[in-house]
Design a protein around this ligand. Structure first.
Ligand code: NAP
Length: 396
């Protein structure tokens, strides 16, 4: 069911007293550097959608690079780097869709380089996700002593913020344990964590025009305020693919005001605003479309509480739905020929995916690997809807 095509704001207003938009942010933020449009330059968010089995992205992902750069030092950069560097067989115990397993299995990758533009005390990722990296089998993590710069502001951060302290502790332990001679590391794949690198240009090669052949960075130094500035020194890394994981950006929704600079629906604590800054009665927002793409699930829950609190505060003055009958929307969707699913349909799809996983486990695993498969995800939208509707029909 698509808001804006299958159902309009007017339809929703007809059937409900209030609407809450929780549409999130799924697109990659832009990175404006030369070469970003080259073949082999990707958005991290798009890649996440692919490996999570999002139905609206192509089933195939080009995985032909041996050396890969990931730009950004947030959790998405770490997730992307972890999936790119891990051996596909080690992902079979997760909910990895079959097309994703097949793609990753064929990947010739040997080196994944993650680049942060500030120092180790300024990373945005979180301790759990950092430690998760070290659990990948046959993948060595490599750090570089010249990237370990701490200024007074970093020291202040380390002393006052437990998370920063833990992260810097983990990174400094890893580098202390690393052999001086890197050739002693024997894993078949390497994950390099670089700091103080700001991306300048992605370039191609005269022999393969239009295709990523490398990336240029300017080395940076901390400026004492928590930020970094360029040093005028440039370094090149030969890579055949670049993933930018520098944040998400929200998408505009039909008939709802949108802040194109921030990528959010303008709102006051969750009450949606119109172009003149006035509350639109009965329309609310929550999550990343409300406050931008930051924060973990816990923050999002607090944020939802704020929106719902305002909605309840407004309840006496909400515009009243003219057709509030529970089945009215269902009838409308049926009349328009929209193939939608219901909560029961979702449960049927869930049961189907779990049964696929159980059958694979009983048969001894998947793809020749003996592994317990919790579930096998169904990826195409049509199949998901058909299975959920058939499942409900079968129960009736
Ligand atoms: N497993 C999990 O719990 C999980 C998984 C995924 C996402 N998340 C959460 O989802 C939210 C979004 O994550 P995210 O990783 O997309 O964003 P993020 O945490 O905001 O990190 C973005 C990273 O990109 C860097 N960056 C931004 N613009 C850049 C540029 N022009 N050049 C180079 N680097 C640039 C930032 O550097 P600066 O810091 O210098 O700006 C930062 O390191 C976060 O709150 C994250 O924790 C959580």
């Amino acid at each position: 069911m698509d808001y804006g095509t299958d159902l309009t704001i007017e339809d929703l207003r007809t059937h409900y007293d209030a609407v809450i938009f929780a549409t999130g942010a799924i697109k990659d933020a832009d990175l404006n550097i030369p070469g970003i449009e080259l073949d082999g330059s990707y958005g991290g968010a798009d890649f996440v959608s692919w490996y999570d089995g999002h139905p609206d992205v192509p089933r195939e992902w080009p995985l032909d690079a041996k050396e890969i750069a990931v730009i950004g030092n947030g959790n998405v950069a770490l997730d992307v780097a972890r999936v790119l560097s891990k051996h596909a067989d080690d992902l079979l115990s997760t909910e990895i869709p079959d097309n994703v397993y097949a793609g990753l299995k064929s990947s010739p990758v040997t080196d994944v380089h993650v680049f942060g533009r500030r120092g180790p005390a300024q990373v945005k990722f979180t301790p759990l996700e950092l430690r998760e990296l070290s659990h990948s089998k046959d993948v060595d993590i490599i750090l570089y002593p010249e990237d370990f710069e701490f200024d007074e502001e970093s020291d202040r951060q380390i002393q006052t913020n437990n998370q920063t302290k833990t992260m810097v502790g983990t990174l400094t332990n890893w580098i202390a344990e690393q052999p001086e001679d890197l050739s002693e590391l024997k894993a078949s794949r390497r994950l390099h964590l670089h700091f103080l690198h700001s991306p300048v240009e992605i370039y191609d090669d005269p022999e393969t025009p239009g295709k990523v052949a490398g990336i240029k960075f300017e080395r940076t130094e901390l400026d004492g305020t928590g930020n970094a500035r360029g040093t005028g020194e440039f370094v090149d890394y030969p890579v055949q693919a670049v993933y930018r994981a520098i944040g998400y950006f929200g998408s505009a929704l039909p008939e709802i005001e949108f802040d194109h600079k921030k990528g959010v629906i303008p709102n006051d604590g969750g009450r949606v605003l119109d172009a003149s800054g006035s509350h639109v009665p009965g329309v609310y927002a929550t999550g990343w479309i409300k406050r931008g793409p930051v924060g973990l699930i816990g923050h999002t829950k607090g944020d939802a509480l704020e929106t719902v609190t305002y909605l309840l505060e407004d309840r006496e003055n909400l515009p009243v739905a003219s057709v509030p009958a529970e089945d009215a929307v269902v009838d409308l969707l049926d009349a328009r020929g929209v193939k939608f699913t219901s909560w029961e349909g979702w449960l049927a799809l869930d049961a189907h995916e779990l049964a696929l996983g159980a059958a694979a486990t009983e048969a001894g695993g998947s793809h020749g690997v003996e592994v317990k498969r919790e579930r096998i995800k169904v990826v195409p939208r049509e199949d998901m809807v058909d299975i959920s509707r058939d499942g409900v029909a079968a129960q009736v």
